[in-house]
Design a protein around this ligand. Sequence first.
Ligand SMILES: NC(=O)c1ccc[n+]([C@@H]2O[C@H](COP(=O)([O-])OP(=O)(O)OC[C@H]3O[C@@H](n4cnc5c(N)ncnc54)[C@H](O)[C@@H]3O)[C@@H](O)[C@H]2O)c1
Length: 311
Amino acid sequence: MKKVLITGGAGYIGSMLSTELVKLGFFVTVVDLLKYNKNALSHLYFFKNFKFIYGDARDKKILKKLIEQNEFIIPLAGLVGAPLCKKFKKDAISTNYGAIKSILELVSKKHKIIYMTTNSGYGIGEKNKFCDENSPLKPISLYGKTKCDAEDLFKNYKNSICFRLATVFGCSFRMRSDLLVNNFVFRSVKDKKLEIFEPHFRRNFIHIRDVVSGIIYALKNFKKLKSNIFNLGLSSANISKIMLANKIKKQNKKIKIKVIKSRKDPDKRDYFVSNKKIEKKGFKAKISLENGIKELLIYFKNNPDKIINNY
Ligand SMILES: NC(=O)c1ccc[n+]([C@@H]2O[C@H](COP(=O)([O-])OP(=O)(O)OC[C@H]3O[C@@H](n4cnc5c(N)ncnc54)[C@H](O)[C@@H]3O)[C@@H](O)[C@H]2O)c1
């Protein structure tokens, strides 16, 4: 039975990933401070192939013991998103960068690491830029910088796979409504309208279940994928904000879309991301934006006030 350690495994991605891995028979250990939904993993406590440790992923003592006991490490613990990192600068650096550095100091040759970073530094301020894994990352937020600095550390560790994730969407046991698709659907339900700045800015998206499938593919095909960085996104979802808003309106017909020309979006991302490298290795994200919007509409219609942001 493959043993997998997931730091931050009670988060948006981690809770969905842990659940799937336990179902598939992996032995999963999660270490998390449960900063958000305290019950995000309670459905797993029953299973013998699951262990939860309440603890800090920056604590080298905890890490050392857990790393010795596991073969795969998936470090997800972090302060995620630009606003949260701006608010808690020290914690952002010590968790997003420091904890990764500690892991890399503690691992030996038997270990295999799968690391999630972000593609959010691509195409800043450049209109319709086409990006692949060789395009330079130019992070502008502290969040982006801590993630890029951590990704850099993996250059010296061959037993690793880095995924540069597109913006994730969909439902999870620990919900986030700050991510762009989730946020647009939430606002369409709550305000019955969507106000959009710079509507033609393009972004790439991926459903959370496709992220989980991509990680499982990496676990099962580690040798084939290792020592590489891959963009991980849904290739048919390189779309603009206005296209996304119109897709939401198709399913939530009553909403009004208003483009505000006078206002600039502080988020200057406008890029087309190529996911060809990972697709050539045999994994392709499949879940459509339409299906994601459908599930999100049900979620937010039934939880209109239970909106959770990170900050
Ligand atoms: N969601 C996305 O769109 C996206 C995109 C690109 C990259 N990522 C990366 O994926 C990872 C997970 O993101 P997420 O969306 O699931 O975020 P999240 O905020 O939902 O999850 C982070 C988890 O880490 C835990 N945590 C924070 N500090 C900790 C600490 N010191 N010790 C132990 N646990 C701690 C939190 O309690 C939480 O459960 C992050 O590294 C993030 O940078 C996410």
